[in-house]
Design a protein around this ligand. Structure first.
Ligand code: FRU
Length: 400
């Protein structure tokens, strides 16, 4: 466990999930809308706190209701807030984000009307108490001074810098950090065609630093101080559903691995794995819980109105009876309410497609296929338990 100080933005994200990215001048219905606290350093520290580290944020916070929400979320994210700088003037920075369900990719528009972190505020923080200091490359007017003063108090603690966008005088600040993580947005904004070109130039500016450049699905390029540039391809993800915060997760994974004394190559590989895991989940909560791919119970093509199909289901106490009813699919727990036995215990379930009933093979109880109600037999008026299901566009039937 390490103590990590992160300096950067805490913002409110309004996340609008849309079926696909809209064209200009188009009208589109939103599938889902939710507010979450975000900002690169906030997300980064949240992942690190889930990885078992002690995170502390240095950011500016307004005094409006959104600021209250951010402070409350920082608390539940286990991020220490004793170093935040509060402002009475200004408003909470807000990102309006469109998350495309089709591709999992996100498009961010950002509103900001809040003073930047002041040098004086930062200078009072006991940076020497931390094991790692991470900066977002923004607020460049104060950033150089902040890194320089931090360095006078630190002994061997690493300083990392995330360079996401081009900012004034950023090239003077880059050599001050021991690890610099560039995004492809920065590379493109500053006219580099690819990561290798960017890193070659940066290696000449910052020969003592570890350098990394992430390039979306193409992966990451990196080099140890003044060494050759290497490439790490992205991890394959079976199902990308949400890329918002994937870069922040990558950075957290990288620093977590470096804290554990992994080589840069090992750290990049482990950061890529973590970022891939993130892309398969919505949001950043419970990031380390394993993603379990949902297996369909069956496909509608396999079902008819005249036969009950029984499928095993490890998530439920019993197997499931699936059967077509007109154009619908009905799903019941395969358990007779009469004697707590599967309906096919003695022989197969007898279906009468004209009466629209099915019969328990043990004591001849007849159930309506429509609603599972017993209309004749020893458990009359009792019901089969309905199983909630979802059916996707390909006809695959899943537990809801
Ligand atoms: C994701 C994110 C969002 C935030 C935006 C700020 O990386 O930090 O949470 O709105 O980027 O640039």
């Amino acid at each position: 466990m390490a103590k990590i100080l992160g300096v950067g933005n805490a913002v409110l994200d309004l996340i609008l999930t849309v079926p696909c990215y809209p064209k200009e001048d188009e009208e589109l219905r939103i599938i889902n809308k939710n507010y979450r606290s975000g900002g690169n350093v906030n997300n980064f520290l949240y992942v690190l706190s889930q990885l078992g580290h002690k995170s502390s944020i240095v950011t500016t916070i307004a005094n409006d209701s959104s600021a209250k929400q951010i402070m409350a979320e920082l608390d539940t994210r286990n991020i220490n807030t004793s170093n935040v700088q509060r402002f009475i003037q200004g408003q909470t920075p807000t990102s309006y984000i469109m998350l495309s369900e089709e591709t999992g990719s996100r498009t961010i528009t950002h509103f900001r009307d809040l003073p930047e972190l002041s040098f004086e505020h930062f200078a009072k923080i006991a940076v020497e108490e931390y094991d790692w200091i991470h900066f977002e490359a923004r607020n460049t007017k104060n950033l150089q001074g902040m890194i320089n003063i931090a360095k006078t108090f630190l002994t061997a603690q690493p300083i990392s810098l995330e360079v996401e966008k081009n900012r004034a005088e950023i090239e003077e600040i880059i050599p001050l950090a021991s690890l610099v993580i560039f995004s492809h947005h920065y590379a493109k904004q500053t006219g580099y065609k690819n990561a290798v070109e960017l890193l070659k130039k940066m290696r000449s500016i910052a020969p003592q630093s570890k350098l990394v450049c992430t390039w979306g699905v193409q992966g990451a390029w990196y080099c140890e101080a003044n060494e050759e540039i290497k490439h790490q391809p992205t991890e394959k993800t079976p199902n990308t559903i949400d890329t918002l915060g994937a870069g922040d997760t990558f950075n957290a994974g990288l620093i977590n691995a470096l804290i554990q004394k992994k080589t840069l190559a090992e750290a990049i590989a482990s950061a890529s794995k973590l970022a891939a895991l993130k892309c398969q989940k919505t949001g950043l909560d419970n990031l380390l819980t394993k993603v379990i791919e949902k297996q369909p119970l069956a496909n509608t093509e396999q079902l008819t109105n005249s036969k009950a199909t029984i499928v095993p289901c490890s998530d439920l106490s019993h197997s499931v009876i699936l059967i077509k009813y007109d154009t619908e699919i009905k799903a019941y727990l395969n358990n007779c309410p009469h004697q707590d036995v599967p309906l096919n215990e003695a022989y197969k379930i007898d279906v009468n497609p004209f009466e629209k009933t099915l019969k328990c093979s043990v004591h001849d109880a007849f159930f309506k296929i429509d609603d599972g109600n017993c209309i004749e037999g020893p458990c009359i008026n009792e019901e089969l338990k309905t199983v909630a299901i979802d059916i996707d566009d390909d006809g695959n039937i899943f537990l809801a």
